[in-house]
Design a protein around this ligand. Structure first.
Ligand code: MG
Length: 400
């Protein structure tokens, strides 16, 4: 069999919805054979674009497309300085595209190459919200009416909406929140929703690392009676040793990892059985190759998967999540953001969700394509991100 090589690496940037998306397209030496991968780091798209075009592309041209593992390993050390979010996302775009190509060559959906299905579809959770506990409960009921059995509940965005901020004179603009008010309001909201929607639906909540560690420990204890399916990002990646304290205090299931991109971040949490769900953003960790390894590693410790699936994961990335979900013996749950009709037109083959389950389309590879002509009609808008300019009541910058 003739060796198929990488002929070109293209970076497609498009914004058909709210998020700026970055997709890598690898063109091969075999006419008509190409692959797609998600490289979306929405806040720094130009840095990823440049990493792909100026650094990875010259390194990749002419390489044998079949050698995914070797290309991944070499890509992660080729720059000598190790991985960070920009490089990991760029490498992910390449890695996912190579898996897509391998599936197309084999005539099989990607989950077959990983080891075949453990399930026919992946259970998903949706995002319910509102600005009062009553509104959140109504939002949960609407999801339940659509067949969702797992629903994340948030009130007023991450960290909540502060009702009475007292700021010092001369305080700059920003995305303000009050951690103490957030804790009080979020607990009341979770209690209200649980008591009004019953015990049969699984509820999730995301702290989004908005608390100092000891507040997070207290919060995890306080929500224990409401039996969350999981509590997400209770702590920041900088405070990982505090997970021991949460475990000592309560049995609220803990999900962590969307910001991780280095094995040193997830290894101790999994080995120590300090978390229940790994929640990595698959492109942020470098693609399908490392995600497959982490899932298998976590499986040995009874930790389940819950790959990050927000609107700033491209539909190509959601397709990659789905194939991992269908295969992983330790699949837990899949986050889902409900794309618009336009997104389905720009990305034909975007996974479909029915009755709370995400289904594959059984096309070879990732089973997704991009309508480049349509994507070009929605160029990325350059903005200075506002929601990540997070501030505490006195104006101090804090984590978003
Ligand atoms: Mg999150």
């Amino acid at each position: 069999m003739a060796v198929v090589t990488i002929k070109d690496v293209q970076t497609i940037m498009t914004q058909p919805g709210g998020s700026r998306l970055v997709v890598v397209k690898i063109i091969t030496s075999e006419p008509g054979l190409y692959g797609l991968g998600c490289a979306t780091f929405t806040q720094r798209i130009h840095a990823v674009h440049s990493a792909i075009e100026k650094h990875l592309k010259p390194f990749l041209i002419g390489k044998d497309v079949s050698r995914i593992e070797e290309i991944w390993q070499m890509s992660m050390v080729h720059s000598y300085w190790r991985n960070g979010p920009v490089l990991s996302n760029a490498v992910s775009g390449v890695d996912q595209a190579l898996w897509d190509i391998k599936g197309k060559q084999a005539g099989m959906p990607l989950y077959q190459l990983l080891g075949g299905k453990c399930r026919e579809a992946a259970a998903v959770y949706g995002h319910a919200g509102g600005s009062s506990p009553e509104q959140v409960a109504d939002s949960v009921r609407r999801f339940m009416d659509e067949g969702y059995r797992y629903i994340r509940i948030q009130m007023g965005g991450y960290g909540g909406e502060a009702s009475k901020l007292v700021k010092p004179d001369g305080t700059p603009e920003g995305a303000y929140f009050d951690p103490r008010e957030y804790v009080r309001h979020a607990l009341k909201m979770i209690e209200h929703v649980r008591s009004h929607v019953g015990d049969e639906v699984e509820l999730l909540h995301d702290i989004h690392e908005r608390l100092v560690p000891i507040e997070a420990v207290q919060f995890a204890k306080d929500v224990e009676p409401f039996k969350l399916f999981f509590l997400e990002d209770a702590l920041a990646p900088e405070d990982l040793e505090w997970f021991h304290h949460i475990r000592q205090q309560c049995c609220t299931p803990i999900a962590m990892g969307e910001l991780f991109n280095n094995p040193r971040e997830w290894q101790p949490l999994i080995e120590g059985k300090l978390i229940d769900f790994i929640r990595m953003h698959v492109s942020q960790m470098g693609g399908i190759t490392p995600a497959r390894n982490v899932a298998a590693f976590a499986n040995m410790y009874g930790v389940r998967t819950a790959w990050h699936g927000p609107g700033d994961t491209s539909p190509v990335g959601h397709a990659a999540n789905l194939h991992l979900d269908l295969w992983a013996p330790n699949f837990g749950i899949q986050e889902w953001c409900r794309f618009s009709e336009l997104i389905y037109e720009v990305f034909p083959g975007t996974p479909e969700v029915r009755n709370g389950y995400m289904y594959p389309n059984d096309q070879p590879g990732l089973g997704i394509d991009i309508n480049e002509e349509l994507a070009a009609k929605y160029p990325c808008q350059d903005i200075v991100e506002q929601w990540t300019q997070t501030r505490l009541p006195d104006g101090s910058p804090t984590r978003p």
